[in-house]
Design a protein around this ligand. Structure first.
Ligand SMILES: [Zn+2]
Length: 184
């Protein structure tokens, strides 16, 4: 399964790498190289030193703490102190540093640096102006949280591709079934 970036902020996309949290709980970082791929595909880094299993453990710990904090902010609840400590500890470390090269910008990072950068996105997001725009996807199985920047805040899905079309198709099938049932 490919990594998906639809939430409007790397912190939210990172938190969503445990998919379907209430049902299937599908782990996107099933192998260390999947974590490496996420860091690069997210655009946070251009290259990252290969992850070991311990790095995956650290990354998922920060991810779960981030999800907890994001959920608290979304629901207007208090932050959990332990979750704050996990994210802040990661954010305190040196982040990935962009470097200027002859062919442009290049950001090479260690695992710790890449994770620090993600943690800093969490800090910025949850202390910033987008907090009131945090919304959970309308597909109950999805559990992605995204930033709703649409006019009138009417966006219902993390993405049409990922969820909107699926739900609309299911609703259409359900309507059709009802219609067929009522005429028959
Ligand atoms: Zn969704």
């Amino acid at each position: 399964m490919d990594h998906v970036f639809v939430c409007g902020n790397p912190a939210l996309d990172f938190a969503a790498t445990l998919r379907a949290r209430r049902t299937a709980r599908f782990e996107m970082f099933a192998a260390p190289d999947r974590l490496d791929a996420w860091y690069v595909e997210s655009g946070i880094v251009d290259s990252v030193s290969p992850a070991r299993q311990a790095d995956v453990g650290r990354a998922t710990a920060v991810r779960e703490a981030a999800y907890q904090l994001i959920t608290a902010r979304r629901l207007g609840a208090d932050f959990d102190d332990e979750a704050l400590a996990v994210v802040n500890d990661a954010a305190r470390r040196a982040p990935a540093a962009p470097q200027l090269t002859h062919s442009g910008r290049w950001t090479a990072a260690t695992q710790r640096e890449a994770l620090s950068t993600v943690a800093r996105y969490v800090v910025e997001l949850l202390s910033g102006p987008d907090v009131p725009l945090l919304k959970e996807c309308g597909n109950p199985e999805c559990t992605r949280v995204y930033i709703d920047r649409s006019r009138g805040r009417r966006r219902q899905w993390c993405g049409m591709e990922s969820c909107g079309n699926k739900i609309k198709a299911a609703a259409y099938r359900a309507r059709r079934k009802t219609a067929v049932g009522s005429t028959g």
